[in-house]
Design a protein around this ligand. Structure first.
Ligand code: ADP
Ligand code: MG
Length: 579
């Protein structure tokens, strides 16, 4: 870190930070006079693995140490929890179970501490990026995660929009239309943006909130299991974690090489597995095919043709895969750009948004507008005969790719004049039938008066720049808005529960920041120990003992030197690990 960099930081003590909360990795950045800058974590790294777990002392470890411990202590460690955002699924860590909001909050807490250490003052607000295709429940869950981490969300920014902001800033006087393809660990987003003299407009977004690089890893793990004669779901938790880690490593190797092989230890014996790029492409072809639809939909929603796009930008680690690059090249008949590191670009863009929100003078001429990527509406009944009505139909209120913020109202009447209430069921999706769409929540509006009174209700949908929806219903007769916020989301926490969990989380012990490097090295050595056999394993065992001895002497200089030496040796060992 150089000095001039520090001096260029904003002096206001309320710095807004930009956070990319990823499925696999998370990053934090800040906007400075010199533009968006990434903030390193306590290991000096920009990428913090989104992995959380209990260390040996019962304190929580976040990041690299936990990523290694996934192999050695799978029952005490959790990762890939972003996939469960907005669901009631809980992951078990030791004796406790946690929701995705809670696990994510530990990552956010760690990023916040990194930012505070870097900036030298407290941070309590952030711009956080989310997949464009995250639904309302997933967005609200992200805001709850931030609240658990003591962070106020200034705004949620869509990940491809953030990426486009980072790219747009480089060429802000230019005029162009670009398409951003973001394939991360667990989510896929496509957005089309138009830019002219600093004004950036999202024209369309589409995606799949359940499609990512991890699906390619899962497919490969299944194939490796087949070669070994085991099913991933039938092996022990430890073996399963090792098999998946091996699949992850081989998948990355196949990005560069035409073939990958490795040894896998099964029942004390090293067994060889081999996979060619061709075979890998064959088994992952069904996943690859799912990328086409959102791309086509974004282009047609923006009323464009592939030739109208000036730039194709790829973001997200999984766009490094040869098959993904080939697909994008084939679809657009040109090579995609990735001049900004695909791992960094979303966090940099989130920091630009933080700079915009703070009205940073360097961003005077920059304006950004975004859209709502899906249709929002409610369930209605339609008349199918004399006095016969059929429920289950979807009536849109805000159509997909409407510019946000937006507020729309409609007057709705009850089916029967004798009704005492109207139940609004709020849905998101593109199907004419609610059963194929996502239920976001329900709103029950009591109706006053007799059969002759006006029982119509004004229904208003307000969708803000964070992509969060609020629904209000006001009976015409009383003019009294009965309910303000959607209630009863199947995947979200009621307010009292949030308060209760907030207290419990605040009381949890977190591993000290200044000891994270040692914890990460020990976790790494243990993983190397499990992944090796024979002499090498004995050597790793000696290194562990040596490092523990050095730590016991508590001399910081000696510890740092031992860490450097051991890291070099372990790095060599890892290259030919047996998994
Ligand atoms: P997220 O934003 O969801 O955390 P990232 O953008 O960090 O995701 O991408 C993570 C995904 O990219 C993982 O599935 C990882 O395996 C994959 N990935 C990263 N590097 C490579 C590579 N060189 N080859 C293939 N896949 C990669
Ligand atoms: Mg990402």
């Amino acid at each position: 870190m150089d000095r001039s960099f520090h001096e260029s930081l904003p002096t206001r003590m309320t710095t807004l930070i930009g956070i990319d909360l990823g499925t696999t990795n998370s990053l934090v950045a800040v906007f400075t006079d010199a533009g968006p800058q990434l903030i390193p974590n306590s290991l000096g790294e920009m990428l913090t693995p989104s992995a959380v777990g209990y260390g040996d002392d019962g304190a929580l470890l976040v990041g690299r140490a936990s990523k290694y411990r996934l192999l050695t202590h799978p029952a005490l460690t959790a990762a890939r929890f972003k996939r469960y955002m907005g669901t009631n699924h809980e992951m078990v860590l030791g004796k406790k179970s946690f929701r995705a909001e809670e696990l994510s909050s530990f990552v956010l807490r760690s990023l916040r501490a990194d930012a505070e250490a870097f900036l030298g003052h407290e941070v309590d607000a952030a711009v956080i990026s989310v997949p464009a295709y995250f639904n309302d429940i997933q967005r609200k869950a992200t805001i709850t995660a931030a609240e658990f981490a003591g962070l106020k969300v200034n705004r949620l920014i869509n990940e491809p929009t953030a990426a486009a902001l980072a790219y747009g800033l480089q060429d802000r006087q230019g005029e162009s239309t670009f398409l951003v393809v973001d394939l991360g660990g667990g989510t896929f987003d496509v957005s089309i943006l138009e830019m002219f003299s600093g004004v950036m407009e999202v024209r369309a977004s589409a995606g799949d909130a359940f499609l990512g690089g991890e699906d390619f890893t899962d497919a490969l793990a299944t194939e490796l299991g087949r070669q070994l004669g085991v099913k991933p779901e039938d092996v022990s938790r430890e073996d399963g974690a090792r098999l998946r880690a091996l699949a992850e490593r081989m998948k990355v190797q196949l990005t560069e090489a035409a073939e990958a092989s490795a040894d896998f230890a099964l029942k004390g014996e090293a067994r060889r597995v081999t996979i060619t790029r061709e075979k890998f492409d064959e088994i992952t072809d069904p996943i690859l095919k799912r990328l086409r639809l959102p791309i086509q939909r974004a282009i047609s929603d923006a009323s464009l043709k592939a030739d109208d796009l000036h730039r194709i930008i790829t973001v997200g680690g999984a766009t490094r895969m040869a098959s993904v690059r080939a697909l994008v090249t084939r679809l657009f008949k040109r090579f995609p750009e990735y001049s900004i590191d695909p791992d960094h670009v979303v966090a940099l863009g989130a920091a630009v948004q933080a700079g915009l929100a703070a009205r940073h003078k360097a961003l005077d001429d920059v304006v950004m507008t975004d859209v709502c990527p899906f249709t929002l509406g409610f369930e209605t009944s339609i008349q199918v005969g004399e006095g016969k009505y059929e429920p289950g139909h979807f009536t849109p209120m805000i159509e997909r790719n409407t510019v946000v913020p937006v507020s729309k109202a409609d007057v709705v009447a009850p089916l029967y004049p004798t009704q005492h209430e109207i139940l609004f069921r709020i849905f998101q999706g593109e199907s004419p039938y609610v059963k194929d769409n996502i239920l976001i929540g329900t709103l029950n509006v009591p109706l006053r008066g007799g059969p002759k009174d006006d029982k119509s209700v004004e229904l208003r949908y307000t969708y803000d720049t964070s992509g969060v929806l609020e629904v209000e219903a006001t009976p015409t007769a009383t003019k009294k808005t009965e309910r303000l916020v959607i209630e009863g989301n199947p995947g979200s926490l009621p307010r009292e529960e949030i308060e209760k969990r907030l207290k419990a989380l605040a009381a949890m012990k977190i591993h000290p920041r200044d000891q994270q490097e040692n914890a990460a090295l020990i976790a790494r050595m243990r993983a190397a120990f499990e992944n090796s056999l024979g002499d090498k394993r004995a050597s790793v065992g000696r290194l562990i003992a040596e490092f523990e001895g050095v730590m016991a002497r508590q001399n910081p200089r000696e510890i740092a030197e031992a860490r450097r030496n051991i890291e070099a040796i372990i790095g060599n060992f890892e290259r030919d690990d047996v998994f």
